[in-house]
Design a protein around this ligand. Structure first.
Ligand code: CDP
Ligand code: MG
Length: 872
């Protein structure tokens, strides 16, 4: 008999003996027996160590084990009263057939991996299994989702299925939730659970943690797997075991199972088959770069020519979703006509009354016979701010043209109305819920979605999938930390997931808007885990806050680049969030804000200076891409473009103000732009205002949301703080502007640049080329003031910048003027200073009750001299 920690394996295969928690299970071929706890003592070895040896002979002819055999205790069973329709639907899910095996495996193992295709019922059913087995009697069942939309909609769905309320099956995402004291099953985003680990490392509130969608490899889920691999044994030691269930599509499970760093004992994997009908894949013969237009045309064709069945279209982002929804609604108008929500699904909540919609629909259905199959549409007004892609939709849609390859599908002529709905993460939840409802009678459902419909949400009744093959990823430079979004090909694994969505109802079709050659040669097998794709500063800080000293040794499922970790450490030291690689009190304060640490520091410092509304606005504006447009969206001739640019530049200089506020530089432009835009918004003329002043309207809305979020976060972290966000922020005073510059420096102290002086330019170099040139502290090549920077007039000697981007030259963006004597005060960690106690003597200033002394030294790797400065 070989014995390891919890499992006793006999040579006789018919019998296995297992010690689970405090119970000993002896299993032979046909019967399960359970040994009472008191008899467990009989299984200790000479040293009293439990079960290191088992001497009893087992088997029919051998001496019976000297153990009392008792009946298996029935599992605690919590009654759930489901509606019969729900129960019927549940029974059809493949996972129901596996309930017993799943629950046994969970009961008997601390960590279990559950792999099953999307739609097999993992997310909705496993929490219910656990609930019924009594896991929510004393503690909560936690289930994490990488996406906010999934956390909300799944909690609602499970509450519905179980006939419970949102008080019992609740969700918590950052800034929003409905958790109560009665919550039994708690859906949350993985980021939220990670924050909870920070305050209670053992997660004592929970009896089970389910990490859902682990295959998505979100950074937070990855980190949680690493953390929980340590938390589970700790909880066991305390006699308060915690179960961990990792749920995933059947992709790349080896990262979790075949990973010595994670789990000592390889966790068992249960695979659940999904009932999946065959999906026919149709590749395009050619790959047209204008995938939005392709998607539109394909949807039109499917709708007008192919038999009933929902259409699901995958595009890359919210903006594309909105554009395509608008276009399709316009092409097949029904109630959507002139609907406010056409403008912006993300934030317009203007509800058309249901009655109105119904009437409209009735009208549409009445007219249906008369409606031409494909209306001729004017596509001129489809371009939206920020849609840089030339949609090139002038050409008329001509359905009579010889058809593209529909594959082996009956062509019919269909003049049903099309029920077009958007789906993306930021969509308000009541709008998201619409995709799960059946479309109005007589309509065909068409959903335009980002990759949130790829695995996390299963939309019923989809028969046709249109896959653009594209996805949006964030790129960043590991050294400078500059981030940008690019649209690129998704992975083969994702494309297959997308196709699979068409086979839930019956046999389906997936139209890939790219050629099979592109798929075979260009697509990666799997997507790169997020942890290798983004700066880890915030994570690194969070881990340090959890006292994880050696982040390098952390059991990541996929290890981030060493360079990523080192740069993060360095930047956080300069910010003062870490000291000697240990988190400082400032670091803890910073880590509470849901923004990058450098912005968190700005917020933390502003609280002391009463500047929060301004800093919140600046941080929000800096966190949103492309607030100020560089060129007009409507291309006109080059002279006009030049004129418009000049006009915008003049406006921006005006916004930047005079005196100290001008010195605040580019962030000042943001402050004034946002304030003025909000003023215009309150007057109902935001769109016009943005158009005239070169602002991206969407960015203004995003900034507004972010300001509210940050304010709420500060309110929860700092009780009694009574900051009010006045959207129409009045400009700061000169003194406030100066303080804001110091705050900018405090947050961006690792990104200081100094003007290149004439004497530094070599004889043979063209001096005029160095007019706007600076030396960045950590970059060899000269960097330049961006042409739109308001500081081009004043050319301050020292500046900090938000980021550097490279086109033909390296340009600084978001530039603020600073004074060199501020460096030792706000970025002391990047300064080498004279010992203040030596020379001259510090003196006590009785008026301010401070000890002051003069320091001098150098700053940064370039060793710029820091002038003598008096510090406290
Ligand atoms: O997590 P997994 O992908 O394995 O499946 P699930 O999300 O639990 O979904 C199981 C089934 O419930 C699917 O067939 C969905 O279509 C259905 N479902 C639904 O009808 N309405 C929801 N709000 C959520 C799921
Ligand atoms: Mg799921």
């Amino acid at each position: 008999i070989e014995i390891n920690e919890t499992r006793v394996e006999t040579k006789d295969e018919k019998i296995s003996i297992e010690i689970i928690n405090d119970d000993i299970h002896i299993e032979n071929k046909n019967e399960n027996v359970n040994v009472d706890k008191k008899d467990k003592d009989q299984l200790v070895d000479e040293n009293g160590k439990s079960c290191s040896k088992l001497k009893q002979e087992t088997g029919k002819d051998k001496k019976k084990p000297n153990l009392q055999v008792v009946e298996r205790k029935p599992a605690v069973f919590v009654q759930v009263n489901r509606k019969s329709t729900i129960q019927k639907a549940r029974l059809k899910l493949p996972i129901l057939a596996e309930e017993q095996q799943i629950m046994e495996t969970i009961n008997e193992n601390p960590v279990v991996i559950l792999a099953g295709e999307t739609g097999s019922g993992k997310t909705t059913q496993v929490p219910q299994f656990l609930y019924e087995a009594g896991y929510a009697l004393k503690k909560m069942i936690a289930i994490t989702e990488p996406r906010r939309v999934a956390a909300i909609s799944m909690s609602q769905r499970v509450a519905d299925e179980m006939n419970l309320t949102s008080k019992e099956v609740s969700y918590l995402i950052r800034f929003e939730g409905n958790v109560t004291d009665e919550t039994k099953i708690k859906f949350m985003t993985d980021g939220v659970l990670l924050k909870e680990v920070q305050s209670d490392f053992l997660l004592r509130k929970y009896s089970v943690v389910i990490l859902d969608e682990a295959h998505e490899r979100s950074v937070y889920t990855d980190i949680l797997i690493g953390l929980l691999s340590r938390i589970v044994p700790l909880r066991k030691k305390r006699g308060d075991p915690l179960k961990l269930i990792i749920m995933s599509a059947t992709l790349r499970l080896e990262d979790f199972t075949n990973n010595q760093r994670l789990f000592k004992i390889t966790p068992p994997v249960i695979k659940v088959d999904a009932r999946q009908f065959p999906v026919t894949i149709h590749f395009n013969k050619r790959t047209n770069e204008n995938y939005l237009k392709e998607a539109f045309n394909k949807a039109v064709k499917i709708h007008t020519k192919l038999p009933d069945g929902g259409i699901l279209i995958f595009v890359t982002g919210q903006q594309e979703v909105n554009t395509l929804v608008r276009k399709l609604r316009k092409a097949f108008p029904l109630r959507h006509k002139d609907n406010q929500s056409n403008k912006n699904e993300g934030d317009s909540d203007s509800e058309n009354s249901d009655k109105e919609i119904e009437d409209d629909l009735k009208q549409t259905l009445k007219r249906r016979k008369k409606v031409k199959p494909v209306p001729k549409i004017n596509l001129d007004d489809y371009s939206v701010p920020g849609d840089n892609e030339d949609l090139n939709l002038e050409e008329e849609i001509n359905t009579d043209s010889e058809d593209e390859d529909f594959g082996d599908v009956n062509i019919v002529s269909n003049n049903q109305p099309l029920w077009v709905l958007p789906l993306f993460s930021l969509l308000p939840s009541h709008k998201q819920a619409e995709v799960f409802k059946p479309p109005p009678e007589g309509c065909r459902l068409c959903i335009v979605s980002t990759n949130v419909a790829e695995t996390s949400l299963t939309i019923p009744n989809i028969k046709y999938v249109i896959d653009t093959g594209k996805t949006k990823v964030k790129l960043y430079d590991k050294v400078t930390g500059v981030t940008s979004y690019i649209v690129t090909w998704t992975s083969k694994a994702s494309a297959d997931q997308r196709a699979g969505r068409a086979g839930r109802l019956g046999p389906g079709h997936c139209y890939r808007l790219y050629s099979s050659a592109v798929f075979n040669d260009t697509f990666q097998e799997f997507s790169v885990p997020e942890i290798q794709q983004k700066p880890v500063d915030d994570l690194y800080l969070q881990m340090k806050c959890m006292n994880i000293d050696k982040v390098v040794n952390f059991p990541f499922p996929t290890v981030p680049d060493l360079l990523q970790l080192q740069t993060a450490d360095k930047r956080l030291e300069i910010l003062g969030a870490l000291k000697n690689s240990k988190v400082t009190p400032l670091g803890r304060a910073i880590s509470r804000f849901p923004v990058l640490p450098r912005f968190g520091k700005m917020l933390a410092l502003s609280h002391q200076q009463n500047l929060l509304p301004y800093t919140i606005c600046i941080v929000a504006a800096l966190s949103v891409q492309e607030v100020l447009l560089e060129t007009p969206i409507l291309q006109t001739n080059s002279q006009e473009v030049k004129n418009i640019r000049q006009k915008w530049a003049a406006i921006r200089r005006q916004w930047a103000g005079v005196g100290n506020s001008l010195l605040l530089g580019d962030p000042m432009v943001f402050l004034r732009a946002v304030g003025a835009a909000e003023y215009a918004n309150s007057e109902g003329s935001l769109e016009k205002f943005c158009l005239e002043n070169g602002l991206r309207q969407k960015a203004i809305t995003e900034i507004r949301k972010l300001r509210i979020q940050l304010t709420n976060e500060i309110k929860t972290n700092i009780p009694n703080s009574d900051i009010i966000v006045d959207p129409k922020l009045s400009p700061p005073s000169d003194i406030q502007a100066k303080l804001l510059r110091q705050i900018m420096l405090a947050g961006m102290g690792d990104q200081v640049a100094r003007k290149i002086m004439p004497e530094e330019i070599k004889e043979d170099q063209d001096k005029t080329k160095f007019k706007y040139a600076y030396h960045a502290n950590n970059i060899e090549e000269p960097v330049f003031l961006h042409q739109g920077s308001v500081l081009k007039k004043t050319l301050p000697e020292f500046v900090v910048y938000q980021e550097i981007y490279e086109t033909n030259k390296m340009y600084m963006r978001g530039v603020t003027a600073i004074e060199p004597e501020w460096l030792p005060i706000y970025v002391p960690n990047a300064c080498q200073l004279s010992t203040p106690l030596k020379d001259p003597e510090p003196k006590y200033d009785s008026q301010s009750d401070k000890i002051l002394c003069i320091v001098s030294g150098t700053f940064g790797s370039q060793a710029w001299p820091v002038p003598n400065v008096e510090i406290e």
